[in-house]
Every structure is written in structure tokens, then in C-alpha cells.
Design a protein around this ligand. Structure first.
Ligand code: NCD
Ligand code: ZN
Ligand code: ZN
Length: 390
């Protein structure tokens, strides 16, 4: 990071290690080209794209196709996670990692993504296969990224549900679900020695489990998303289904989930911030049956501005407010560049590639952002820091 004048900084191009660019199969929501343009405008120059596309990235052929498409995209370096729901997908991953002829393809793959429960795209892994995935990744030193929600707890919570409004989504996927899945992932990481990365951690007690596991030497890292850092269930009132994502927004009254995430950033339990950029069209989101609206929010372009606002000592929102949360620009570089670069062996360049003017304030508008989906959960929010890719 290079300070120029007092209010003008230069940073490396950031890394967002969790995005869904939807190509192939979901081009009405986003394409690699539009996703990359959005990333670049937000100071993000390397992304790791998730496998829940259509077809899903569960074969060498599907990965080859994605890598071929990404080669045409200049705005951002797109890497890919492999997915697996069945044994034959793990066989394909093994072939990718061990066949010398696939060496350059393997270099584009950041690791394996395991969904402990279904999320958008129904990539939940067969229960009996989960330990095998951890074993294989340990043997071949493949980073394993886990979406941590427990299918059994989610199923039961959904059955017991009385509520019919959108707040039901948070009750259907309660904090205990994440906690149980994180406990399982820690157990497996510790048993097999797999380098495990728990993504989009959203709740207090799951974070506590990760903190303790790290202290005990378990090879686990984690990330949190901007939406869990800046939104809570109170935002359903204004956003409705636009605030629907997995894991869901949490309460700040039943437990201090959001402040626990910020505390975990401060004490180093959180390794990365990643957007989980998951665009859907407005028409898809604003369906009459709120429980059928797809889960996911866009965020690759707004991540850095939201974080820079906190670095400027302010809380983003319809009005800039004061905040007690502390974040330095150096922390943003560590969380959104240095750590993901190391964890996923991405070798993204560390030279200055983004300029930030901290003296400028601006207002986020979905139609001015570059994602194809054309909306943002932060509509009308004031932020600090004008971003210019160099
Ligand atoms: C993601 C999507 O839409 O692909 N949705 C979400 O709510 N986060 C899937 C995921 O990351 O779980
Ligand atoms: Zn997920
Ligand atoms: Zn995701």
C-alpha cells in the first residue's frame, strides 16, 4: 500500500475469494464479462468463482469450458472452485490434481467447494461423501471451502415454522445450523488435516468455535461477507426478498452476531472478507411467493467502498454515521488481498493497481453499478472512497 497525498492511497488489486458469476447457464443474472467489470470497478482484480453454475463445475470438461470463457475476459482474473456432490466428481478432482497433462488447468482451480446443505443451485454434497472429500483434499493438499449449514437442523426449523413473511428465511436457517456444520467441519479438518476454509460465517457461536479450533492448531481459516457485517434482520422491512441469502441475515437482539463478526476481524479469527456476490435478476427476486425467491445478493463492487467507509471512521447507510468499529486500510489489504492470496495460492500480483481517494463521498445506486443484475441491497447508501483501477 502506498500513501500518495494524505487522502489518496494506492492498493493492490483486491481478491474476492467467493463470487458467483453465473456463466454458463445463468447469463440472465450475470456473465463473466459483466461480473468482471463490476469487480474491477470495485477495486477487485482477482475473483474465485463458485461451481454452482449450470452445468455445475464438477467435471474436468466443465472446468475447461469455464477457463476457456474466462480467458476472453480482461477486466479481472477469474479462478474457479471445483464442486462435488457425488463420488465421480471427487474422482474428476483427483484426476485434475494428479494428471500432469492437466497441470495448467489445475493452476486455474483454487480448490474444492463443499456445500454441507443445499443452497442456490442444489449442490449439497451426499452426506456419506463428506469425509471422503476431506480425506482426498488432505492427501492432495487441496484447499477445501465449506458452506456450513446443517441440513437436519434446517429441515426441522422449516417444518416448525409458522411465519409466512420474509423474516421466516432467517428462522428456517437458524444460527445453530451454522454452528453444528462448523463443528463438523472442524472435526473433519482436525481428523484428516485438511486445510479447510469456512466461508460466509454469519453467527457468533460458530465464530467462537473457529477461534478455539485455530487456537488448538486445527488447519481452519474463514471469511465473512459485507452483508453480514452491514445488514441484519431489521433490513428485511425495507429490502424484503432482496435481503434473502444463505446463510441468512441475523438478529442483533437475540445474540450479538454482527458485533461478534467485527470482533473476530479485530482479533484475527477472520482471515478474509469475501462478497459471496450472488446476483439474481430483480424479477426473480421479487416473485409473489417470497419463500420461492432465490437466495443471494450482489456485492463484489460494493465490498471495498463499504469497508473503506469504516476505515474512514464512519458507518455507511442512507446517512453517514459514527462507528466504534475499527478497521484500517492495512486491514482491508490483509483481509482482501494478502490472506486470500496465501490461503488459495493464487499468486495475484502485489503491485499497486487501484487508487482510492479517501476525501470523496458518494452514493451507491444499483443502476450505476456494473453487475448485470442492476440492483444492490445498499441502494442509496452513502460511502467514502472513490475507487479508480490504474
Ligand atoms: C448463492 C448463490 O446464489 O449462488 N446464494 C447465497 O444465498 N449465498 C449460493 C451460496 O453461496 O450459498
Ligand atoms: Zn454458500
Ligand atoms: Zn456463495
Amino acid at each position: 500500500m502506498t500513501p500518495l497525498k494524505e487522502e489518496c492511497l494506492r492498493l493492490p488489486g483486491l481478491i474476492d475469494c467467493h463470487v458467483h458469476f453465473r456463466e454458463p447457464g445463468g447469463e440472465q443474472k450475470e456473465t463473466m464479462a459483466t461480473g468482471a467489470r463490476s469487480a474491477r470497478a470495485g477495486g477487485v482484480l482477482t475473483v474465485c468463482d463458485m461451481p454452482n453454475t449450470s452445468p455445475p463445475t464438477v467435471t474436468v470438461t466443465a472446468l475447461e469450458d469455464k477457463v476457456r470463457r474466462a480467458a476472453q475476459v480482461k477486466d479481472c482474473d477469474i479462478r474457479f472452485f471445483f464442486g462435488a456432490t457425488k463420488r465421480e466428481h471427487l474422482d474428476e478432482l483427483k484426476r485434475l490434481w494428479t494428471d500432469q497433462k492437466l497441470h495448467s488447468l489445475k493452476a486455474r482451480c483454487a480448490g474444492l467447494k463443499v456445500y454441507m446443505d443445499h443452497s442456490t443451485g442444489n449442490q449439497g454434497m451426499e452426506e456419506s461423501l463428506i469425509p471422503e472429500a476431506f480425506k482426498l483434499c488432505a492427501e492432495l493438499s487441496i484447499p477445501l471451502v465449506a458452506h456450513c449449514e446443517d441440513p437436519e437442523i434446517n429441515r426441522r426449523a422449516t417444518e416448525e415454522l409458522k411465519q409466512k413473511d420474509i423474516t421466516a428465511h432467517s428462522l428456517m436457517r437458524p444460527p445453530e445450523s451454522e454452528e453444528r456444520a462448523v463443528a463438523r467441519v472442524i472435526e473433519l479438518a482436525s481428523q484428516y488435516g485438511t486445510h479447510t476454509h469456512a466461508t460466509h460465517i454469519s453467527s457468533r457461536d460458530a465464530m467462537t468455535l473457529i477461534r478455539t479450533a485455530k487456537a488448538n492448531g486445527v488447519p481452519i481459516t474463514c471469511d465473512v461477507t459485507p452483508h453480514h457485517l452491514f445488514l441484519t434482520i431489521d433490513d428485511y422491512a425495507k429490502l424484503g426478498t432482496l435481503a434473502k441469502m444463505n446463510p441468512p441475515l441475523r438478529s442483533i437482539r437475540s445474540a450479538a452476531h454482527q458485533s461478534a463478526l467485527w470482533a473476530a476481524i479485530t482479533d484475527g479469527t477472520v482471515d478474509c472478507i469475501a462478497s459471496d456476490h450472488a446476483p439474481h435478476t430483480l424479477a426473480e427476486k421479487q416473485t409473489a411467493d417470497i419463500l420461492k425467491a432465490p437466495s443471494g445478493v450482489p456485492g463484489v463492487e460494493t465490498m471495498l467502498p463499504l469497508l473503506l467507509t469504516v476505515a474512514a471512521g464512519k458507518w455507511p447507510g442512507p446517512k453517514l454515521q459514527a462507528t466504534n468499529y475499527k478497521l484500517q486500510v492495512e486491514d482491508i489489504v490483509r483481509l482482501c488481498f494478502t490472506n486470500p492470496n496465501r490461503i488459495f495460492s493464487l499468486r495475484a500480483p502485489s503491485g499497486d493497481r487501484v487508487e482510492v481517494k479517501m476525501s470523496e463521498e458518494w452514493v451507491i445506486h444499483g443502476n450505476a453499478l456494473h453487475s448485470k443484475c442492476g440492483w444492490t441491497p445498499y441502494e442509496g447508501w452513502k460511502v467514502v472512497g472513490k475507487i479508480t483501477p490504474l
